[in-house]
Design a binder for this molecule. Structure first.
Ligand SMILES: Nc1ncnc2c1ncn2[C@@H]1O[C@H](COP(=O)(O)OP(=O)(O)OP(=O)(O)O)[C@@H](O)[C@H]1O
Ligand SMILES: [Mg+2]
Length: 264
């Protein structure tokens, strides 16, 4: 099983949308996909009509269990209406974990849980809350690939530096570098802020930036309201086109980032 984490300490940059869009595309290719909602706000869960405020199976239980084995993890996983997509939904109680310190031995809960079910899925995509805490630490520890959506707007780079610092600390702790890809989102070529921030992101982070961009597209909000996967909701939309090119890029073998730098 491959594990991808979508994370950025900044809010509203397109994390949840990216997690659902990529998971949806993988499921459309007959991959067995597990979406994991680590955000107590539960936006990803809500996309699949699950309420993070309601009781029932959720990823939170795994943090409370004395140990996690395959059977236990499966108790918290639910099927969704979408073919090939299962969900580990969020709980508002996840917020209580953030208050506890990272040093309480809860940093590897997700690693253990995903290891226990690694033969059951082809891809797990983890959606993170917009802050650094024990949940993000779990997600970073569990993944092979980190996807960092960055809204192309004024001051975008500031937030980016923060998450990359976090990543550096985590990589030192893991004693292993984590492969990450910065994904420019909500790009609007008509605004100067979008164009100039895209140029600065590419200038500063070079080959760590996906050469494409996710353009601004209201169809994404409509898809989430409709509870539909973006590429199914409107296959002709520009966001469907952009996310499928991002998905193809992520499938490429590592170390081939440096080609075709598309400019707006
Ligand atoms: N490319 C886009 N174009 C236009 N709107 C978008 C785009 N991507 C996401 N959105 C919308 O922007 C809002 C924020 O997106 P999303 O929830 O994916 O961000 P997030 O980073 O997960 O936010 P949070 O930090 O609150 O979890 C949503 O209403 C979503 O529909
Ligand atoms: Mg979100």
């Amino acid at each position: 099983m491959q594990v991808w984490t979508v994370s950025n300490q900044k809010g509203g940059v397109g994390k949840t949308t990216t997690a659902v869009a990529l998971g949806g595309l993988a499921a459309g290719e007959s991959k067995r996909v597990l979406l994991i909602d680590l955000d107590p706000q539960g936006s990803l869960s809500a996309w699949f009509r699950q309420d993070s405020g309601a009781e029932g199976p959720s990823v939170y239980a795994l943090f409370k269990a004395p140990e996690v084995n395959r059977e236990q993890v499966w108790k918290e996983i639910q099927a969704t209406e979408k073919h090939n997509i299962h969900l580990l939904k969020a709980s508002t109680l996840l917020a209580t974990l953030e208050r506890q310190s990272i040093g309480q031995g809860k940093g590897l809960v997700l690693v253990k849980a995903l290891t226990a079910i690694s033969d059951d899925f082809d891809l797990a995509v983890i959606d993170c809350p917009p802050q650094l805490g024990v949940l993000m630490v779990n997600a970073l520890a569990a993944c092979q690939k980190l996807i960092v959506p960055v809204q192309t707007e004024f001051l975008a780079i500031k937030g980016l530096e923060r998450i990359l610092n976090t990543l550096k600390m985590m990589s030192q702790a893991r004693k292993q570098n984590l492969d990450y890809l910065i994904v420019p989102t909500m790009f609007d070529r008509r605004t100067q802020a979008s164009v100039s921030s895209l140029h600065s992101i590419r200038y500063q982070f070079e080959d760590k930036v996906w050469p494409g961009m996710i353009r601004v597209d209201t169809r994404l909000r409509d898809a989430s309201k409709a509870g539909e996967l973006p590429h199914v909701f409107d296959p002709q939309s520009r966001s469907a086109e952009d996310y499928s090119s991002l998905y193809r890029f992520l499938q490429r073998p590592q170390g081939t980032n440096q080609t075709e730098r598309a400019l707006p």
